[in-house]
Write a protein that binds this ligand. Structure first.
Ligand code: ZN
Length: 295
């Protein structure tokens, strides 16, 4: 599951490759699961729009779009669009509205830039043809990924862990009786911190994953704030962690998995004290920790 550093790496790669390009037309497959906006709305919002920027918000890839939607075209099936979408596109034509296209990769989603001649892989759910003749393709075998469009802008809630101040970070956990690990994974508090980076941050801050958030002193939460930043920035610098089949937009693997101190190291010696790393299940997720270094 790509977490913040992997999504950041993918978004940067896409930004390098497709910013400034214009989406000429859009093909959407028949599977409904990945579509969190109606297919015709996604197609109408994307077609004719220039990609201004690709960036990350939480664990989402966000395409900032600008320009006018194409109108009067027939859908791929050859049927004229229903009256409702024609009206929608007429409105758009007069407004030249900016919009955001949001992609969540879920478990196995990939967004790749392909040459048109490249064979279309199984489980391709969307193809955006670009003016440069290249194609943006969304491929997702397990279909936990999500595609949506947000004409008014996208706000997933929560705060960015790389932008939040120490004071705001400390305040997020005030009065929370849940284990700190669960609070770190709560996307309504912090966006984008997933299982790997929560475990690694708690280890560096010396805090046990089961410790109740509200019971941790401000000083130790301040340490955790610094640890979360440090871990995420190091991971971004190394292109994320390649667990299972993660690769970035250029097909490159990340390297941060080589720096993991607790995640995936159950029963191996702690790199600081030599105690065997333990694993426990909290809220359905594996937590890895050193029982000596983390209290
Ligand atoms: Zn230790």
């Amino acid at each position: 599951v790509p977490e913040l550093p992997e999504v950041e790496t993918i978004a940067r790669g896409l930004d390098r490759r497709v910013s400034g390009d214009t989406i000429e037309s859009v093909w959407i497959g028949s599977r409904k699961q990945p579509l969190k906006s109606p297919a015709d709305v996604i197609a109408l919002t994307l077609a004719g729009k220039r990609i201004m920027r690709v960036h990350r918000v939480g664990k989402h890839i966000v395409f900032d779009l600008e320009g006018e939607a194409q109108t009067g075209k027939r859908t791929r099936s050859g049927q004229p669009r229903p009256a409702a979408s024609r009206q929608r596109s007429d409105r758009r034509r007069s407004v030249a509205q900016a919009a955001q296209w949001v992609v969540h990769l879920g478990m196995s989603g990939r967004m790749v830039v392909s040459e048109p001649a490249t064979a279309i892989r199984k489980h391709t759910h969307l193809i955006a043809k670009l003016d440069s003749r290249r194609e943006l393709r969304f491929i997702d075998p397990r279909m936990f990924g999500k595609l949506s469009v947000h004409p008014g802008g996208f706000d997933p809630g929560g705060v960015e862990p790389l932008e939040v101040s120490r004071e705001h970070f400390v305040a997020l956990f005030r009065g929370r009786k849940t284990p700190i690990k669960s609070a770190l994974l709560n996307q309504k508090l912090l966006r984008g911190v997933g299982n790997i980076y929560a475990d690694e941050s708690l280890f560096r801050a010396g805090i046990g994953p089961r410790r109740r958030a509200a019971a941790i002193t401000q000083e130790r939460l301040g340490k955790l704030h610094a640890a979360v930043r440090e871990v995420l920035l190091e991971a971004i610098a190394l292109g994320g962690s390649s667990i299972s089949d993660y690769v970035d937009a250029d097909g490159e693997q990340g390297l941060f998995q080589l720096e993991h101190r607790v995640y995936g190291r159950e029963a191996e010696p702690c790199l600081v004290c030599g105690t065997a790393i333990r694993r426990l299940v909290l809220a359905g997720r594996s937590s890895h920790y050193c029982p000596t270094c983390q209290k």
